[in-house]
Design a protein around this ligand. Sequence first.
Ligand SMILES: NC(=O)c1ccc[n+]([C@@H]2O[C@H](COP(=O)([O-])OP(=O)(O)OC[C@H]3O[C@@H](n4cnc5c(N)ncnc54)[C@H](O)[C@@H]3O)[C@@H](O)[C@H]2O)c1
Length: 326
Amino acid sequence: MKKVNIALIGAGGMANGVHYPSLRDCEDVNLVGLCDLVPAKLQATAERFEIDQTFSDYREMLEKTSPDAVYVLMPPQHLYPLVIHCLSQGFHVFIEKPPGVTLHQTKEMALAAEKNGCKTMVGFNRRFIPLLQKVKAIVEERGPIIQCMSTFHKNTPNALYYDGVIDVLTCDAIHAVDALRWLGGGEVKAVASDINSFYSERENSFNALVKFTSGASGYLCTNWAVGGRIHIFEMHARAISAYINPDAGGHAVLHTPEGITEITTEVAAGSNETYKTYGFYGESRHFVDCIQQDQQPLTCFEDAVKTMELVTAIYQNRIDSSTTQA
Ligand SMILES: NC(=O)c1ccc[n+]([C@@H]2O[C@H](COP(=O)([O-])OP(=O)(O)OC[C@H]3O[C@@H](n4cnc5c(N)ncnc54)[C@H](O)[C@@H]3O)[C@@H](O)[C@H]2O)c1
């Protein structure tokens, strides 16, 4: 199989913590260049991942390295022009969530990808968590998922993402929204929501009941003003219920009429490394496989438009237009 040449824009936290370790583990990938605006980060990251060519100008990097694909790992407010440029040059593109700061940006990026025949992927890593993938497959052996739940809690009631450029739901709770879409079968039929501001002037709790065209009911339960970070999921099908916490040291508990079984996060991933247990290796592997097999990744920009549309629908379909301010 031909090796995939990948150029990297961004030498920040996610790049160093999870994405470049994942790419380093892919034997069929060459890291052909790295670009960052901060020289110290650029140098340290290039040394760590043994990348020979470094740049401060991404356009120059793309011209000189002619990659197959580009990872653009930026704060969301800087993402759009870089992604559009990469797509206009015909490069495949991987980005983190959120896929732009507005639904409009996501749609424009999806259009540009289609026009230029590019493979694209948004790092909705929850879909690639080995424990969630394994449990979903076990549950679906009994029949389609008919009920699902995606819960995400944190304790930062007054969180302001990127100095307020983007809201909590679109920037971060979107992980729970996207995972719910995945569990419910992908296509949304109807939404009812309740959004509140607890101990803050900012909206920080987003709840929704989502009906999917599959017939499944999905529950979104997110609150940034409660005990602390927990991100858990439920999947239910005929005669099976699964309750899953995929964090480090977490596990899934599956209930069936035959009894109760458990699978741990680490056993499902075959690893203790967070970049493997939490889906980051899996998403990069999927992106590279799709490039080699000429397929569009599951979380391509066109699919990400649907997740951003669900975010929009959650804002638009409140059962009570006044937000509670505790
Ligand atoms: N999937 C997850 O669980 C998860 C978790 C945290 C963050 N994220 C997302 O990851 C993305 C990146 O976050 P991060 O924390 O790694 O960011 P970061 O700020 O640590 O890194 C971004 C880097 O990009 C560089 N940069 C900015 N503009 C540039 C340009 N024009 N050319 C070259 N380099 C440029 C900066 O110098 C910086 O080193 C964000 O969209 C964030 O929402 C995802």
